[in-house]
Write a protein that binds this ligand. Structure first.
Ligand code: NAD
Length: 253
């Protein structure tokens, strides 16, 4: 594994505009289940149906009882060694931005500054009519008090979590992610099955990619390095290798 880590370190140091793309796998070591990993939420077919626009608008009672409690598993967790290592790579100037499919907020909690949350977040909710923004807790409180769907105090419209559910449009961060990918010359992909569109198209925009993921992905053959191991083991090692590399100092000058 060490040679592959060294190859990624070199690629990061030599790249002009390296970016990272992360998925649910970077957070499993924080106790957040992924979708398609071995103990993933996908095993429960209901997860897809529950976290969909069909349920949110067509069966709000079900969404705000079962769907909302499913979202709770993503909340209140702490960043792990992989999140912290990625934040350190950004601090060293070796990652320009983190494009994440995750909604758990753990990159920001670890200190990453430039994070694009293409599938939304669990910090806020907003009105579908007047777009007023509220804390996420607003919908939780309304639902617990039996106000389903939650109503906007300003205009009476429906307030919903700012998460991209199945059937939703992508966030404005997705447009920014596309711009970042068109600028990037190297992408480090961590903990994603690369099966969820349109996020899965992003690696195809970048000339050089490397993958750190437990299972195989459809991009393994086009990646210049693939490491099938835990992100929480590989990324701290990557930081150790780049920090010892004399060419890092030359790059930073
Ligand atoms: P995915 O579940 O489809 O794939 C996760 C991948 O991570 C798997 O291939 C698995 O082998 C790998 N993995 C698991 N643990 C790992 C580890 N410790 N180190 C390295 N790799 C590991 O995830 P996805 O591609 O992000 O797609 C899932 C969708 O569901 C996303 O769009 C996301 O919005 C949502 N989701 C988010 C979270 C979260 O916010 N943490 C969690 C589950 C699902």
């Amino acid at each position: 594994m060490i040679q592959d880590v060294q190859k990624i370190a070199q690629a990061l140091i030599q790249s002009r505009y390296p970016v990272a793309l992360t998925g649910a796998g970077i957070s499993t070591e924080s106790g957040v289940p992924d979708f398609r990993g071995q103990a993933g939420l996908w095993q429960d077919e209901d997860a897809v149906e529950l976290l969909s626009l069909t349920t949110l608008y067509g069966d709000p009672q079900r969404f705000y009882s079962k769907g909302l409690s499913l979202l709770q598993v993503f909340r209140g967790k702490s960043p792990n060694a992989a999140h912290r290592a990625l934040a350190r790579l950004e601090e060293l100037g070796l990652i320009r931005c983190v494009i994440t499919q995750n909604i758990d907020g753990l990159h920001q909690a670890a200190g990453s500054q430039n994070v694009l949350e293409i599938h939304g977040n669990l910090r806020t909710s907003s009105c579908v009519i007047c777009h007023a923004v509220f804390p996420f807790e607003f919908v939780e409180k309304a639902a617990s008090e039996g106000q389903i769907p939650p109503k906007c105090p300003k205009c009476g419209g429906t307030v919903r979590p700012d998460v991209v559910f199945f059937g939703d449009d992508m966030t404005s961060d997705f447009g920014r992610a596309v711009e970042e990918c068109s600028r990037a010359d190297f992408m480090l992909i961590i903990g994603s099955s690369l099966q969820v569109a349109p996020a899965a198209y992003l690696p195809g925009m970048v000339p050089r990619i490397a993958i750190i993921n437990l299972d195989e992905t459809p991009y393994d053959e086009s990646a210049e390095v693939v490491i099938h191991a835990k992100a929480g083991t590989v990324l701290p090692e990557l930081v150790r290798v780049v920090e010892q590399d004399p060419s890092l100092k030359r790059r930073q000058r």
